[in-house]
Unconditional design. Structure first.
Length: 78
């Protein structure tokens, strides 16, 4: 989706180069980015009612997205 909110470049605009460097040098970081994008897309699809799910399922996805974002932020600060 081209207009998905909460993309990583929106969340960490000053860290785009560092994200690219870490993505190529760290398989773990690359996996975090992939997982974040996948979960973020699911949240967006749920919010726009493209995919129907319960409130609990949607909340669980939001929590997962937040945890992944925290891990990405920690890696960017390291």
């Amino acid at each position: 989706m081209s207009n998905t909110p909460h993309t990583l470049h929106e969340e960490f605009p000053a860290d785009a180069q560092k994200m690219t460097a870490l993505k190529t040098s760290s398989p773990h970081f690359a996996r975090l980015l992939t997982d974040y994008d996948a979960v973020n897309d699911k949240v967006h699809r749920a919010e726009t009612r493209l995919d129907l799910m319960t409130d609990a399922e949607e909340e669980a996805l939001r929590k997962t997205r937040s945890q992944l974002k925290d891990q990405i932020a920690a890696a960017l600060r390291a």
